[in-house]
Structure formats: C-alpha cells, structure tokens
Design a protein around this ligand. Sequence first.
Ligand SMILES: *Cc1c(COP(=O)(O)O)cnc(C)c1O
Length: 492
Amino acid sequence: MLYRSTRNADEKVTASQAVLKGLADNGGLFVPEQIPMLDVPVEKLADMTYQETAYEVMKLFLTDYTEEELKQCIQKAYDKKFDTKEIAPLVKAQDAYYLELFHGSTIAFKDMALSILPHLLITAARKNQVQNDIVILTATSGDTGKAALAGFADVKGTKIIVFYPKDGVSPIQQKQMVTQKGDNTFVVGINGNFDQAQTGVKKMFSDQGLAKEMAQAGYQFSSANSINIGRLVPQIVYYVYAYAKMVKSGEIKNGDNINVVVPTGNFGNILAAFYAKNMGLPIGTLICASNENKVLYDFFATGTYDKNREFVLTSSPSMDILISSNLERLIYCIAGNDAQKNQELMVSLQEKGSYTITEEMRQQLTSFYGNYASENETAATIREIFKDAGYVIDPHTAVAAAVYKKYQTETGDQTKTVIASTASPYKFTRSVMTAIDETYNSREDFALVDELASLSNVKIPKAIEDIRTAPVLHNTVCEVEQMQSVVKKFLS
Ligand SMILES: *Cc1c(COP(=O)(O)O)cnc(C)c1O
C-alpha cells in the first residue's frame, strides 16, 4: 500500500517513508491510496487482546513493516505504561458507552498513538537507511506535547522540541511538560495561541533552506503532530476493539451499527473513526463535537470552513483550535481524491482564511453530524452525569456527552453509542471540580486532586502523583517569530 499527498498527485511514498516524513513535500498530508477492508471476522476480534487487534488493523496500513517489526512496536507501546490490561476500557454510564482512552502515561488519549509512534519512526528510519538524528518538532494545545515528550524521552537517535501556548494550557498540562526529564527533550512556551504555534512549526517543516542547514548538522525534522500517518493508524484500532468488545459482551449483535461521538480539535480522532467505518466496521453516524471554537460545526452546517473568528479559550483546551489540520484528509476524499481541487481549497484557507466546498462534496458528508457545547453546557453535563451516574468525566469528554444529548433530542436515534473519552478528569481537576460545585474554586490544585479521588472513587493516576513534587526543568519562553532561532540554538 502506498501513500499519496493530498496536494500533489505525483508524490507517492511507502508507509514507512510517510511515517518518517510526517508531512508531504508541499505541505500536503499523506493518505493511503485506498482504505483496506478489515479481513478478520468480528467473532475472532472479540476474543483478541488490544495488542492483537492493533496488529490486525495496523498490518493493513503499514504494509512495508514486517510482522516482527510491527509486533515489536506494538509490544513496546501497549505495555505496563497503561494502568489497565484492557488498554482502552469501555464504561457504561447513563445510556452511553465511554471508551476510556486515557489509561496511558500522560492520562490523555494522545498516548494511544504517541506511545507507538517513536517505535514506528525508529523502525522506519532503520528501514530507509537514515543516518541523521530525527528531530521531532511539535506544537501542542496541551496533551500532544506531554504525550510526545513521554514517548520520545531518551529514545536513541531522536530529539524532541515542543512548543505550547504559554497561557493556553491547563496548569497541570503545563506542569507535566515543564517537568519532563530526558536529555533529548526541550519544551518552549510561546507568547501566542496554538494555531500560531502550529503555523510556526509547519513553516519550519516546509523551509528548504532550514532543512539543508539541518542536514549538514546531522539532523532531519519529523512531526509527532496528528498529521503523521503513524498517529492516525493506531487510532483506528480502538474503534475496532470497542466494537468487538460490545459484540462479545452482548451489548450489540455482530453487524449492528453503533454511533461514535468524538470531542474534536484537529480532526484526527474522528478521522480515524471515519477510516474504521470505511474499513467495514458498522458505524452509523460520526458525531463531531466542538467546544465554543465551533468552526467544524459551522462547516458541517454550511459547507464553508471559516477560521476568521475570535479564538476562545475554553475549559477543553485541547480542542481550542481554528485550523483542524486533519480535515484536509476528509476534504481530499470527498473531492474524489483530487489533489488539485484540494490544493485550491487549502490555498484559499491560507490566503483568505476560508473555503467553501461544492454541493457534490457536501452530499458525501451525510454520515457526519456536527454540533457544539458552550462552556455552561459543558459544566452542566459534568455535574449532571456525576449526580446521576456517579461517573466523573473531563471537560473534553463532557463536550462530547453534551453534543450527544443534543443529537438524541434532535434525531431520536436510539443506536448504541460510543463516546470517545479523551482525558482523565484528573488532568483538568479544577474545571471538573468547579463544574460539580463552584465553591471548590477556592481550593489549591492538589487539594482538589485529593477531593476528586474521594468523590469519584477512582485512584489518583501515577502521572498526577509524579508531578506533585517534580522540579521544573524547562523555562524557555519565546515570541512566535523566534521559534526558528530557538530550534537552532537547542540543536547547536
Ligand atoms: C487532542 C485532544 C482532543 C482532540 O482530538 P483531535 O484528534 O485533535 O480532534 C480531544 N480531547 C483531548 C483530551 C485531546 O487531548
């Protein structure tokens, strides 16, 4: 299976090359030439472990990795770093199934992909005779950064540089990043928002002069952002796994449709669900949930993607995004895999900040439903699900749960529904606790952590215990314009 660029019909690479490069030459994203069909029956998947399921899904996409290579990557990724053998457990609360994707080392769903990406990348480098050290450049709205740092720390032959919006992440997210250990790690706060950080990183990726300079110094860039196919593919796994587990437990019959609700930012997670659907997994509606940065809701409602709007800081910072990079893969797909057409829309996005798809393209979006939740609705949802079911969810997951309620009210659809639960409530303790009871706001961060433990009966994750006392190791802060010089300084 080869991968094509969404912006250049002539560029074709193998899976390992796509993983290695991250981004295609002219800023396009790599997409598989066609989506493979699942070739293992669900009855068989139902008895498989997470790791076995991962192999069955990933082998269909990463066809130039040998069985042994892929299985090793999977074993190294989904091991004791996860605090449950199930890796991604399903929890039923009220009338929805929460697929908990936060049991990895940084307690957010980014771990699902970022615990395997370093291994896929190092394997790809070996396969392609790469001599340079790989420098991972990443912009983060909070969760990617820490998950990438944890994945790459002290991995030989790699360095990792993470940029985060200094005032745009939660205190716990920030503390997690600036306490990161490892000689090859570098964390930088920028005076700007996530989109500016992401744009700065993308600029460095497409700067040929910089690439040359780096090569002379023995480095080459790669991306750990969700645009890397090495992140997208591992995310397909848990939808297949969840479906098979629901069949096994008798919640659904094999062949029944399920709906999926995904709290969405960069559109990576929901795109993985879309790919799973295209592999033949019986998914009905893909429910795309946004917070007050509702650019995707407006897109699904009108066919126009328009980032010209005020950027809102919300209690679900990992979704505070105005440019959902992975949407480009969907646009390319509904444009009939037409790189030229996609390129025109992306140029329009770059130059005018907006684009409008054709009616013909819109008609192919019928399996998507978009909506959003306000800050008040998000907090009310956390409070309500806790009071009603004793289950505590984080603000990102709450955005999804709130949107699911709107969907049910609007459509009356009774299909069994999986909600992607993307972060542990412990990662956003203050927002969660004040949603439950405003008076908690006067308490200190770690007092709230202890309070949450007694309220939820869920053990405090190791990731939180670890940062209680960890020293700050990174305190670089820069302006958006200085990102490139900061990179050079770190590598020299
Ligand atoms: C990254 C993230 C999201 C958004 O996922 P995308 O793949 O970027 O759409 C949602 N919730 C949490 C907790 C995240 O870390």
